[in-house]
Design a protein around this ligand. Structure first.
Ligand code: ZN
Length: 188
């Protein structure tokens, strides 16, 4: 099971999903009595050492979804994570949004749909992942001026969607929980 232990979905005290945390961090939260409540239907079981007296292996059971006092207030401040390369790559499914080529994360470039030179903003709605060739071909032009239509309209994914997109080994109950928040785009 090593290497494939799923992450826990962390919720704010109010039940809003805020982050993935690894099991080591979660064990600390349990030990420090910081888990307010559990919302998972599934469990993540960590196997410890063998107890010498009993010969039994110690097990640590955690809920796949836990609520803690979280101070990020990310939902209150717009419900969207800051734009980063990695998150952009996840949002655009690793594709160049001009030619549809599948990119590796290292070969992806961030293209400003409305170029920075034309005062285009560096924000989710104005940035797409692009291959180097398309980025160079487009240059300092808009997609219209360059006759390079976008394959999808860039948008700001909400926290729940980004957690789905960036999650690995997402458990079914975690997915169900996150899907309930997909419609809450831009609560602000
Ligand atoms: Zn391309």
């Amino acid at each position: 099971m090593t290497g494939a232990i799923p992450k826990l979905l962390k919720l704010s005290a109010g039940g809003l999903p805020v982050a993935w945390i690894d099991w080591q961090r979660a064990v600390c939260l349990y030990m420090e009595d910081k888990v307010l409540w559990e919302a998972g239907e599934q469990e993540i079981v960590i196997r410890g050492g063998i107890n010498r007296a009993t010969g039994q292996q110690t097990l640590f059971n955690m809920s796949s979804i836990i609520a803690v006092n979280d101070r990020s207030r990310i939902w209150e401040s717009g419900g969207t994570f800051a734009l980063t390369r990695r998150r952009l790559y996840a949002r655009d499914r690793g594709l160049c949004l001009y030619c549809g080529t599948h990119l590796s994360e290292s070969s992806m470039t961030m293209d400003h749909v409305k170029p920075r030179a034309q005062r285009g903003h560096h924000c989710w709605e104005n940035v797409v992942s692009s291959c180097r060739a398309c980025n160079q071909k487009k240059g300092c032009r808009t997609p219209e001026a360059a006759s390079m239509p976008l394959l999808a309209v860039p948008y700001a994914p909400n926290v729940a969607e980004m957690l789905i997109l960036s999650g690995r080994h997402v458990m079914t109950d975690q997915m169900d929980y996150l899907e309930r928040f997909l419609d809450l785009n831009k609560v602000a």
